[in-house]
Design a protein around this ligand. Structure first.
Ligand SMILES: NC(=[NH2+])NCCC[C@H](N)C(=O)O
Ligand SMILES: [Mn+2]
Ligand SMILES: [Mn+2]
Length: 306
């Protein structure tokens, strides 16, 4: 056991349209995350949960950026600033930050924290592109915007996330996209982001696609952040998510993807940080989505059938 994985709970639901995703961290812990990590051969240390701004203070529309729509932006900035510091401190300590969401807006904190002292690549396992801005979002939900925020698209309240980070869009690869808003599509086309959709997985198989995504994320970078949104999986396999989209990866494809990632990266510890997000226990069936989240995380750290 040489690698220490620091578990950081970020029970935030301010970025999602459905309440309940704030219970994700405890559901994933309950599903056996720490045991799975130990069996994968790493040492988990649980840091507990970040505190969240009080629910009584909820005002979705406080401090909207000019002309934009980003609900609870002030609360999200507060959480992500603290999460960013925690992730950066964990990296500085030589440990691996594993962030448990919470909705996907927490990735603003984990990405910026991990990229504070490094040129970072990222692999984004998701049904969605999460590339909306307060100006383009059809919903106003910030969990549909974290990549835009960290890559410097749009105007996000007080904090300028992008300039402080060593994350370049040419080092970001999506895997499994299948739900993209019109303005996100335009942005994707103009940008240097690499997008592997579900049809790439259909045609080439998930392992080949993951290897390509890894090549994109490692080229010229110091390491890779893995962002795992559980709605990447098919809703039949992962029902406990707030924005399900039909046609996602199967149970086996998901494990194959993360095992491939683990095999290709473990020798030189290419992976730097990870977040596991969007598990919503209220919408789940007998905690199966949280269980899957725990299992897939263990696969990422090298847990194998044999
Ligand atoms: N992390 C997520 N589950 N994002 C869902 C985003 C859905 C939609 N594209 C929106 O911006 O509202
Ligand atoms: Mn998603
Ligand atoms: Mn997402």
């Amino acid at each position: 056991m040489d690698r220490t994985v620091r578990i950081i709970g970020a029970p935030m639901d301010y970025g999602a349209n459905r309440r309940g995703v704030d219970m994700g961290p405890s559901a994933i812990r309950y599903a056996g995350l720490a045991d799975g990590l130990e069996r994968a051969g790493v040492e988990p240390i649980d840091d507990g949960d970040l505190s969240m701004p009080r629910a009584e203070e909820r005002d979705p529309d406080a401090d909207q950026p000019h002309g934009g729509n980003a609900k609870f932006l002030r609360e999200i900035e507060d959480v992500c600033r603290r999460l960013c510091d925690r992730v950066a401190a964990t990296r500085a300590n030589g440990e691996f930050p594993l962030v448990l969401g919470g909705d996907h807006a927490v990735a603003i904190g984990s990405l910026t924290g991990s990229a504070r002292e490094a040129d970072l690549g990222a692999i984004w396992f998701d049904a969605h592109a999460d590339l909306n801005t307060p100006e383009t979002s059809p919903s106003g939900n910030v969990h549909g915007m974290p990549l835009a925020a960290v890559l410097g698209y749009g105007t996000f309240g007080e904090t300028e996330w992008a300039p402080a980070t060593g994350l370049d869009e040419s080092s970001v690869a999506y895997v499994g996209l299948r739900s993209i808003d019109e303005r996100e599509r335009d942005l994707l086309e103009e940008s240097e982001l690499t997008a592997y959709t579900m049809s790439d997985i259909d045609q080439r198989g998930v392992s080949a696609v993951v290897e390509d995504a890894l090549a994109v994320a490692t080229d010229g970078t110091d390491g890779v952040h893995v962002s795992l949104d559980l709605d990447w999986l098919d809703p039949k396999t992962a029902p406990g998510v707030g924005t399900p989209v039909r046609g996602g990866v199967t149970y086996r494809e998901a494990h194959a993807a993360l095992e491939t990632l683990s095999r290709r990266t473990e020798a030189d510890e290419v992976l730097r940080s990870m977040d596991v997000v969007e598990v919503n226990p209220i919408l789940d069936e007998a905690n199966e989505t949280a269980t899957l989240a725990a299992e897939l995380t263990a696969s990422t750290f090298g847990k194998r059938i044999l």
